[in-house]
Design a protein around this ligand. Sequence first.
Ligand code: PGA
Length: 252
Amino acid sequence: MMRKIVIANWKMNFDLHQTASFLRNFLKLSFNKKIIYNKEIIIAPSLPFLHISNQIIKGTSIKISAQNIFFMDKGPYTGEVSASMLKSMGIEYVIIGHSERRINFFENDEILLKKIKIAIKNKLKIIFCLGETYNERNENKHFISIKNQLSKTIFNFSLYDVQYFYIAYEPIWAIGTGISANSDHIQMMHQFIRSLFSNKYGESFSKKIPIIYGGSINLNNAKSIFSIPNVNGGLIGNSSLKIEQFLKIVQS
Ligand code: PGA
């Protein structure tokens, strides 16, 4: 069985002091309670604090992820950060395709494709987010929407390139709303996504690709969401910002 993956997406929260003290406390508390044993835990702090975060978790099994990269390697792109810069600090993971970036920063499939390309070139592991909108779900277009999002991005890459991907299914209507998708919906969509990977890359690979759920995971629903077939873990926003809550979610 694949071990469970818990990813904390801190988004634009926490200053330097808060970032460092959360990580130090998390290490102390989680090791005391042995709760991170046999789990893959990835934390995505804000960009300026990636380096210090990576230093704090050094020597542990916890990993640090960036929340974004730019699609060029270097040059006159004021304010942007490249995959190779992340690599130079020892960062191995990056989130690409989060709906907040698609919506607020107009990242379309074409841009995501370029970001994936540069991330693969720099051997970053990609946490790729996808999900349908509220309208798409209501109009019964969620399957086609997910299929399109994959066809226009990841499915342009070879099996060799996609082997280090994590897929995060995040229905856009559930993110940050406090209302997660129900278990039937999650199960159906995860199964559907896995079947698309099976058609494209073969059954044996499709069983190995981690597909995690994101969208209002909290203390009350984490355990039941993590036990849904085909759900390999969770991408957690709001509920990852309070250490006690996050620890309990990891525990569940
Ligand atoms: P949420 O965010 O847990 O606050 O809904 C999840 C995400 O955006 O990845």
